[in-house]
Write a new protein. Structure first.
Length: 280
């Protein structure tokens, strides 16, 4: 579905400075229906890479292909953006209308779709993110999590096959984060949508099928969450954390299973360890 081949990207030179290359030959393939979390500290290149996936930025070198279509071909760019929708960190930057359903319909209207088809897509998109009851509300009166779900619905109405989310929960409180992550995982698990999630929350990355870690413009790790987060020292060296449950079990230093993330699993691991101690 997504293929990056030897991708480099350099921001143009500013006055008195040289061009700054931030991606150095990225190779990555994401299959249809996968949920991939992309991690990296500030300056690692993850947000730049995300913008390459639907043609907001064009590679300096190499190729990005979306369903076989290159993002640097103007003739296919519109089709690329229909296939791969983008959701940004601040929902206020994506909401353009004064009524929720009108905002969700905005992209469909620009696509020139018939009104009946627009109505169907808007209703389906709002239902998918659990916002149907708010369709005639004013977006500015919604909570942060609700606004972000409206922004996701606006992308969904275009019926893309991929959604790229660039730190969509960064500005939200815990309740809003949970709402957005619930909507994202539902789209992936129930509708088979390909998800690329850029995040700095390790507990969100745990929910993905794969975790890709970037550092210094390169991919340094690409594996299932359990294998990535069990490498606690490596993640710390990369200025990244691990889920709190994994950190707790690691700090206990008792040889506990670091590939399990939930609070319930963590409690069970500690309980088993304590039971072993009592048996001795």
């Amino acid at each position: 579905m997504i293929k990056a081949q030897k991708v480099t990207f350099a921001y143009p030179a500013q006055e008195g400075e040289e061009a700054r290359e931030v991606l150095h030959g990225i190779d990555l393939e994401i299959k249809k229906g996968e949920f991939v979390a992309l991690l990296g500290h500030n300056g690692s290149g993850k947000s730049t890479f995300a913008k390459l996936l639907n043609g907001i930025l064009i590679p300096t070198g190499g190729k990005v292909l979306i369903d076989g279509m290159p993002t640097d071909d103007e003739d296919t760019l519109f089709d690329v953006r229909k296939k791969a929708g983008m959701v940004f960190q601040n929902p206020d930057n994506q909401i353009v209308a004064t009524v929720v359903e009108e905002d969700v319909a905005f992209a469909c209207e620009n696509m020139g779709l018939p009104s009946q088809e627009i109505r169907r897509r808007v209703d389906a998109a709002l239902e998918a993110v659990g916002m149907s009851e708010f369709k005639i509300h004013a977006p500015h009166l919604l909570s942060g999590g609700q606004k972000q779900r409206v922004a996701i619905a606006g992308v969904l109405a275009m019926e893309p096959e991929v959604i790229i989310l660039d730190e969509p929960t960064a500005m939200l409180d815990p309740k809003g984060r949970q709402e957005v992550m619930s909507a994202i995982t539902k789209l992936n698990r129930e509708k088979g949508m390909t998800i690329v999630l850029i995040t700095h929350h390790m507990d969100e990355a745990c929910q993905a099928d794969r975790v890709v870690v970037m550092h210094g413009g390169n991919i340094v790790t690409d594996d299932i969450p359990g294998n990535v987060f069990s490498q606690v020292e490596k993640m710390q060296q990369l200025s990244l954390g691990v889920p709190q449950t994994v950190e707790l079990m690691y700090e206990l230093g008792a040889g506990l299973d670091l590939t399990r993330f939930s609070v319930e699993d963590c409690a069970m691991e500690i309980e088993k360890y304590l039971a072993k101690g009592e048996d001795k």
